[in-house]
Design a protein. Sequence first.
Length: 338
Amino acid sequence: MTVDPRFYAPLGALTLGQVAEMTGAPLDGDGELPVTGISSAGQAQPGDLVFLDGDGKSVPQISPNAAIFVTNEANLRHVPEGAPRLIVRFPRYAHAIAALAMYRPRHLDWTGDARIAPDAQVHETARVSPGAVIGPGAVIGEGSWIGPNASIGPGVQIGRHCQIGANTSVFCALLGDHVTLLAGARIGENGFGVMAAPDGQRDAPHFGRVILQDHVTVGANTCIDRGVFEDTILGERTKIDNLCQIAHNVVFGRSVIMAAFGGISGSVRVGNQSMLGGRVGIADHVRVGEGVSLAASSGLFRNVEDGETWGGTPAKPLRQWMREVAWLQKQANPKKNS
């Protein structure tokens, strides 16, 4: 994975020996081996440090380029033979220590009194309202409007004719043209990644981005988290209602509609032109096909094929759900049905 330097300042490569020293892991391999990046196991490029965590029962997706591992005993059997590895009790925590030694989020170092950073690029036709701040290296395109008290973080790219509402915050994100963020939207915050550590639970650092393609609309007070390593992506003309939560690494296709109060867990995929009713919740890593409809208040825990309509909790095909509801009503009111 290539960490975007617009959002994360590179602090320099490490060696495997340095990673072993800072994590307290016994060294198993060449201590001078360069560690040049970080990634998930499934997306690794040569030189990336990856981690394998969990009980080791399921087979993880591992890129053929993955070559430097932090793992626990349970996952040793999944490490390619001969690959350098560090064996620790908390692999994700050790990986995070190394990651934070190699990259630092630029918005954590955003200081100074300038409301618009000297090296920000704001098109002459763009309008920046009172109280809004624009960070170093940010770009605001032609005809865009930045609302009062909005925060546009370092390196953020906002395209042409966008509307960024009052009190919004945008970090670690790339926005296309004609994107609308209503008041109070939060784009690019750290996701709900929690990792076990020697002293208890800790927040896992996120090094991905949010990408909002052309004509996307995001409702008031909706939150869209940046990815852990890969990106959170909303396809063109996707429309999100108010008060929704979209977690890290989620990918929506084109023209997806999501009504208010919905919650999408991490790494979910939703296909083109699908419609999610109000208060829909989707569990992590679920795949939703194209043209799918989910009834309001559905709780989805498994994959849905293209074109289907589901409802209920746990969600199931609509006709099955309605038959079950009708049967339950008959059982609950036998006198009415006699």
